[in-house]
Structure formats: structure tokens, C-alpha cells
Ligand binder design. Structure first.
Ligand code: FAD
Ligand code: HEM
Length: 452
């Protein structure tokens, strides 16, 4: 594809095969968006002169984007009134139009991407399963939240770092952007016009540049992934395994975080698993994995993995970590394998040697599902500041039990488990006055995406 002549994808094409790109377009670089060499400070607005991108002739920006505030890196941030910046308004209008046809648009987006850039297909899993909409959904969500720069930048930087493990390079971003514009052009026919297209191009340019810059920063700090050899595998119940691995190089992380993990049996299929122990001097990492019905990665880890097998790990992620500058108590609620990061948090408090009250509520459907209760009770015996209560599903739901043991206004709360449990836990705690900034949990969107 000739960069100088590339136009937004899909205009007027009758289908992915009819799009103007050809299967010979091997390199994804160029086009209307040329990523800046990631040298400048992260988050700088890429639509600035340094961006040097070629605007499509069909999409003149008759209304230029509001000037980005120097530090935010996100156009439109200053103009974010209740109604949003002009770009945000246009983007939301498009989103409302495509929402009912999101599935078709996702299929079309990938078809465009792979027909025009066949080598990119190899970066994705063989089966594009139910999670295939995550890339597009994230793009659309990010575009929708362009007026919330702090949250957005944080999210996108994390995403950009995480993309290194897929083999994503800066030069791939224009291809994805063109497929996005192509799909929107086809499915947002009522709201699409030159200004809307220009708004999307500006927005995509900003989003991608934040990801590209974050990945470049991360390159200086660590590898895109780690190999990790299974050194122990213990089946705790017929469907829960405790898997311990040895990374091939130091793997820095914090208790309460999680890693994405790929098994040799499902190449390029990555799933998240929480660290079940705080960082240890021997560098080993432990995960608690529950095999879910028909689940690819979980069944492989529980029923197939054995010592000697080599997995791949992505970088650590997650903000469910302990603030060691505070003395406040920790209220920890773990359901099922959600107890794994809670155990790591308790160990973290032990290692920091500060005596602060830690109250653990361990929820499970049956006694049999309390697969790690012995470990938790041993920890309680050793540490008088720790309380552990097992709560079996019954007449009183877990959040009600937690609430009844309050007050919790002096505590930081940590919730880990199925999304439904986290949601009801948040409601219960907010209901008794715990402010949301003192409630930590993994991203509900990620968890919902994981459990379908
Ligand atoms: C932040 C985070 C941390 C996580 N930590 C852990 C952890 O420590 N231990 C752990 O075991 N898992 C954890 N998970 C879930 C894990 O990432 C996978 O989603 C899970 O192992 C299923 O993957 P799979 O490939 O086996 O199933 P998939 O092939 O993705 O799914 C197969 C089918 O099972 C359904 N399904 C997925 N999960 C469940 C479920 N829990 N119950 C019922 N049906 C389900 C899917 O909707 C789908 O229909 C975590 C998820 C997130 C987002
Ligand atoms: C602004 C641009 C992009 C956004 C917002 C985005 C977002 C996402 C998200 C949210 C996921 C889900 C998994 C995760 O959280 O890591 C994902 C997966 C993925 N992305 Fe991106 N992405 C972008 C660009 C790209 C590019 C340029 C490539 C390279 C071709 C790429 C390749 C992949 C691959 C291979 C996966 C894994 C898919 C799977 O597991 O099924 N992404 N992306």
C-alpha cells in the first residue's frame, strides 16, 4: 500500500474483499496516520505537528479540535463540558448508531484488517472466539471517553504495554485505524460525514499514540513477555489446580496484581490469572486456576500442564495493591479462586511487618469449594491481627455477612471473585458509607469479558 495515496478504508466498497487495499499490502505502515517516533513524553497529542500524518482528502477538519492542554495529551479535554467536545459529540453520535450492529461491524472490521494486511492475522489466535470484540470495544470505549483524559491515558498506557506480548508494533496501528474507519463508514451511514471522519481520525491517532509511547517506554524496562516453566502442579479439587512456575528472568510484580498467561496448547490465546502469593525471594510465581466448563486455557492448566511445560507470561497488571503508607485496616472479600490475590495481600502485609487489622471473608458455594481454607487458617494462627471467616452460600448472601460485621469506615476494601460478587460487594459497602476510592477490585469489564 502506498502511504501517500492511502485513503480511509472501505469507502464505497461492497465488502471486505472489495476494499481497495490488496492482499499484497504487507507492511501496515503509512496511510492517513503515521505514528510519531515514540521519543517525546508519553501522552503528547499526536495530532500536533510532530504527528506528520496525512489527512484523508475526503475528511477535511472544518472544525479543528480544541487545543489540548499541555499535559493531558488528549484533545478536547479542556472543552469537556457536560455535552463534551465537538469531537466527542460526533463520536458518541456514531457510537449510538453502530451499537445495535456491533457484532456485524466487528466481523467486518476484522475482515477488512486481515484481507488488507494478511500478515497481521498471525498475531491473533487461530479461533477468533467470543473475546474477539474486545479490541474494537476498547477502541470504541476509549473514543467515547476522550473527554476524561486522566482515566483514559492510564488505561491506554496499560493497554499499550500489554500489546507488546502480542507482537504489536507501532507500524501496525495505521492498519487497525484504517479498518476501524472502514467499518464505521459502512455501518454508521446516517451519521457519517467528513467532519465525523476527521473527528474519528484525530481520536484514533491520539489513542494509538498513547499506546505506542507506552510500549516504547516499556521496551526500555523489560521484555514483552516472560517464559515460565511449570515447577509444581497440585490438583486441590477435581477442577482447581495450584500451579507454580519459574520465570526465565526476574518478574517484578506487586501482591494483588495479575498476569496474562498463554499455554503452549493454545498459541496466542491469553487469559488473566492473579498471583496467589506475594513476591518471594526464590522468584517463583503461583496461580490458582479453576477449570471452567469448556474453557480453553483453564482446562489446559488444570488437566494438562505438568512440571517441565513452558508457559508465557505477559507483564503484571492491576491496581488491587496495598498502600503501605497507611495504617488503616484491610477488608478482604474473596470468592472462589478470588481468594488467591487475597492470600497474596495478606502475605504482603506480613512481609511489611506493620500490624494492621486484616479481615478476610472467604466465600464459596460449598465446603468443598473452600480449597484454600487450611492455608488461610494457618495464616490466621500465626498472625493475631488477621481474622478469617468462611462464608458458604446459604440464606445470607456474602455481602450481607460482610456488612453485618462492620463498621468498615476505617478500612480499605479489596474484592476479588466473580463479577456478580464484586458488584454486590461494592453496593453493600457503598450502602454502609465506604467511599468508592477505598474499594479496590479488578476491572469489572475484564471480568465480565472473561466470564461471558
Ligand atoms: C483480572 C482477572 C483475574 C483472574 N484471575 C483468575 C484466577 O486467579 N484464577 C482463575 O481460575 N481464573 C481467573 N480469571 C479468569 C480467567 O482469566 C479465565 O477467564 C478463565 O480461566 C476461563 O478461561 P478459559 O480460556 O478456560 O475459558 P474460555 O475459553 O474463555 O471460556 C469458555 C466458556 O466458559 C465461560 N466461562 C469463563 N469463565 C467462567 C467462569 N468462571 N464460570 C463459568 N463459566 C465461565 C465463558 O463465558 C465461555 O463460554 C481472572 C480473570 C480476570 C479478568
Ligand atoms: C488503538 C488501538 C488498539 C486498541 C484500543 C486495542 C485494544 C485491544 C484490547 C482491549 C484487547 C483485548 C486484550 C487486552 O486487553 O490486551 C486487544 C487484543 C489484541 N490486540 Fe489490540 N488494540 C489496538 C491496536 C492493536 C494493533 C495495532 C494490533 C496489531 C495488529 C493489535 C493486536 C491485538 C491482538 C493480537 C490482540 C489479542 C486478541 C485476542 O486475544 O483475541 N491491537 N486489543
Amino acid at each position: 500500500m502506498n502511504a501517500a495515496t492511502t485513503t480511509p478504508a472501505g469507502r464505497g466498497s461492497s465488502g471486505p474483499g472489495g476494499a481497495e487495499g490488496s492482499a499484497g499490502d504487507q507492511g501496515a505502515a503509512g496511510g492517513w496516520f503515521t505514528p510519531r517516533t515514540p521519543a517525546g513524553p508519553p501522552g503528547n497529542a499526536p495530532a500536533s505537528p510532530g504527528g506528520e500524518r496525512v489527512r484523508p482528502p475526503a475528511a477535511p477538519a472544518t472544525q479543528p479540535p480544541p487545543a489540548p492542554p499541555a499535559a493531558s495529551g488528549v484533545p478536547g479535554a479542556t472543552a469537556a463540558a457536560a455535552s463534551g467536545s465537538p469531537d466527542a459529540i460526533r463520536i458518541r453520535r456514531t457510537l449510538a448508531e453502530v451499537a445495535p450492529v456491533a457484532d456485524q461491524m466487528t466481523s467486518y472490521f476484522y475482515a477488512l484488517l486481515f484481507v488488507r494486511h494478511p500478515p497481521l492475522r498471525d498475531l491473533f489466535p487461530v479461533a477468533m472466539d467470543a473475546q474477539r470484540d474486545r479490541l474494537l470495544r476498547a477502541l470504541l470505549t476509549a473514543a467515547e471517553h476522550m473527554d476524561d483524559p486522566a482515566v483514559l491515558t492510564d488505561y491506554l498506557r496499560h493497554l499499550g504495554r500489554g500489546h507488546r506480548k502480542y507482537g504489536t508494533q507501532a507500524a501496525h496501528y495505521p492498519a487497525v485505524g484504517e479498518a476501524l474507519i472502514g467499518a464505521l463508514t459502512r455501518y454508521a451511514t446516517r451519521t457519517w460525514d467528513g467532519e465525523t471522519e476527521a473527528a474519528w481520525i484525530r481520536t484514533y491517532t491520539t489513542i494509538s499514540q498513547i499506546m505506542i509511547d507506552a510500549a516504547a517506554d516499556d521496551e526500555r524496562k523489560g521484555p514483552p513477555w516472560w517464559h515460565a516453566e511449570v515447577v509444581a502442579h497440585e490438583l486441590r479439587t477435581p477442577d482447581i489446580a495450584v500451579v507454580t512456575v519459574r520465570p526465565d528472568q526476574p518478574y517484578p510484580f506487586l501482591a494483588g496484581q495479575y498476569a496474562s498467561l498463554e499455554t503452549p496448547w493454545w498459541p496466542r490465546v491469553w487469559r488473566h490469572y492473579s498471583f496467589a502469593a506475594a513476591p518471594r525471594p526464590d522468584g517463583l510465581l503461583t496461580f490458582h486456576v479453576k477449570a471452567v466448563p469448556a474453557g480453553w486455557v483453564s482446562n489446559a492448566l488444570v488437566h494438562r500442564a505438568r512440571p517441565g511445560d513452558v508457559l508465557r507470561l505477559g507483564p503484571p497488571a492491576g491496581s488491587m495493591t496495598v498502600d503501605h503508607t497507611s495504617d488503616s485496616g484491610l477488608l478482604c472479600v474473596g470468592g472462589g479462586t478470588g481468594i488467591a490475590p487475597i492470600k497474596a495481600l495478606v502475605e504482603d502485609v506480613v512481609e511489611h511487618g506493620r500490624r494492621r487489622p486484616v479481615e478476610v471473608f472467604y466465600g464459596a458455594r460449598t465446603d468443598h469449594d473452600l480449597y484454600d481454607i487450611d492455608t488461610m487458617l494457618r495464616l490466621r494462627q500465626a498472625h493475631p491481627w488477621l481474622e478469617v471467616r468462611a462464608v458458604i452460600d446459604g440464606k445470607t448472601p456474602l455481602p450481607d455477612v460482610v456488612r453485618a460485621h462492620g463498621p468498615w469506615d476505617e478500612y480499605h476494601a479489596y474484592l476479588s471473585g466473580p463479577p456478580g460478587m464484586i458488584r454486590s460487594g461494592i453496593d453493600a459497602l457503598r450502602g454502609v458509607g465506604v467511599p468508592h476510592e477505598r474499594i479496590r477490585h479488578d476491572s469489572l469489564d475484564e471480568l465480565v469479558a472473561a466470564t461471558g
